[in-house]
Design a protein around this ligand. Sequence first.
Ligand code: FES
Length: 136
Amino acid sequence: MTEQWRRVCRVDEVDAGQPVGKIVGNADEGDLRICVVRRPGGEFVAMLDRCPHRDIPLSRGLVKDGVLTCPGHFWRFDLATGERSDLPEVRATLYPTRVTDGWVEVSLPPAAPRRSMREWLLAQARANDGRLRRPG
Ligand code: FES
């Protein structure tokens, strides 16, 4: 599978200081919440609209000086890298963007192949083989 470019929002929907949250996807792949931000230089940044701390939409945060502040507990994320400003090993998930015909498009990773519950259970059993034993 290859990456997919998806239209997320119109360019003129995104103000410099206010992120835009949208849902993209379809029933086959599942929906993804995407947050789009305009950086001070004018380029667009797209990220998973979910704080890595808790399930709070980053699109409800504020953007200032190239940093997005989460409304949950005020973690701050650098829009160039997605890194938390005071703890760089924690980062928001960023996606490549491009502008086409007035739309911000985001390159999403290919969807993971779906497995049935039976396939998943069998894979779990194989992974646990030899590790789960009845007490003797
Ligand atoms: S939910 Fe974002 S900092 Fe806690």
